[in-house]
Design a protein around this ligand. Structure first.
Ligand code: FE2
Length: 277
């Protein structure tokens, strides 16, 4: 798998790029099977954390904030009954697994550090890329929640901004099951906000531009299983709820340039340094 100069230009112009057929079907299936195993081994009683895209709910969520160097499980917001019990089985209730699958799990480690991922990182000009964060996203049938429009650099900030998101479709992603949408060229409009740790150890947004996103400019990125969507750290993107009967599994990996400064007030902090390929 090589990426052409034209594709790199396309990525720089739009802030995103779709690479169809980046991963083999077997690679996708291996990651899916491994995620399934991890969920099997996981006891939901350990956790009462509900992952919510409405940031308010996250603010005091220590389980989330200390997950940067762990493999942890986050539930869909709608997964629970009022009494706190799960509405359906855990396999159908998990929103995502994060955030160090790429370091701690051998199957995800191997895929994330494969030659083709390494070559790609180099091709798009990341300076000595480090693997910062990984997520396995389930986007469950019927209850898969929306992710509102955002820039990844709001949550994973470096100075200068030197970050790329790799979004691997492990299943076909369509409008019906909640594919990604992005604003072409939106990465040139600057960073709107940062989500950072404050002096008192809480999380808060620091806003630089309160103008709402021009969401009428969003375009759907419908892709087939095995596709990779590359996302610039500043490109605005989102996904809608999955109200269909089909899941929309994806694996995401975020790379940052080793020469960029990684601030101590980013939410994601680790006991061990980020590693490269
Ligand atoms: Fe994102």
């Amino acid at each position: 798998m090589t990426i052409s100069k034209q594709q790199i230009t396309q990525y720089q112009d739009a802030g995103f790029l779709v690479l169809e057929g980046f991963a083999e079907a077997e690679e996708c299936d291996r990651l899916r099977a491994r995620a399934e195993e991890l969920v099997q081994e996981f006891d939901p009683a350990e956790v009462v954390s509900i992952f919510s895209t409405r940031e308010q709910n996250r603010l005091t969520d220590d389980y989330f904030l200390t997950s940067g160097d762990k493999i942890r499980f986050f539930f869909e917001e709608n997964a629970f009954n009022p009494d706190g019990s799960l509405k359906c089985e855990k396999e159908k209730s998990i929103n995502k697994i994060g955030h160090a699958l790429h370091d701690l799990d051998p199957v995800f480690d191997r895929f994330s550090r494969s030659e083709k991922v390494k070559d790609l990182a180099q091709a798009i000009g990341l300076e000595k890329p480090l693997l910062a964060q990984s997520m396995y996203i389930f986007k469950q049938p019927n209850i898969g929640g929306e992710v509102t429009c955002h820039q990844d650099s709001t949550f994973l900030y470096t100075e200068p901004i030197d970050i790329a998101g790799l979004w691997f479709a492990l299943e076909d992603a369509t409008r019906e099951n909640g594919c990604l949408w992005a604003i072409p060229g939106g990465h040139r409009r600057g960073l709107k906000s940062r989500w950072l740790r404050t002096q008192d150890g809480r999380m808060a947004f620091e806003t630089y531009d309160a103008e709402p996103w021009p969401e009428d400019e969003l375009v759907p990125l419908e892709v087939s299983k095995g596709s990779l969507i590359l996302l610039h750290g500043l490109v605005p993107h989102r996904s809608f709820e999955n109200r269909s009967a089909r899941s929309r599994h994806a694996y995401t990996l975020h790379l940052i340039g080793a020469k960029a400064k990684y601030p101590a007030d980013n939410w994601l902090q680790r006991s061990t340094p980020f590693r490269s390929f």
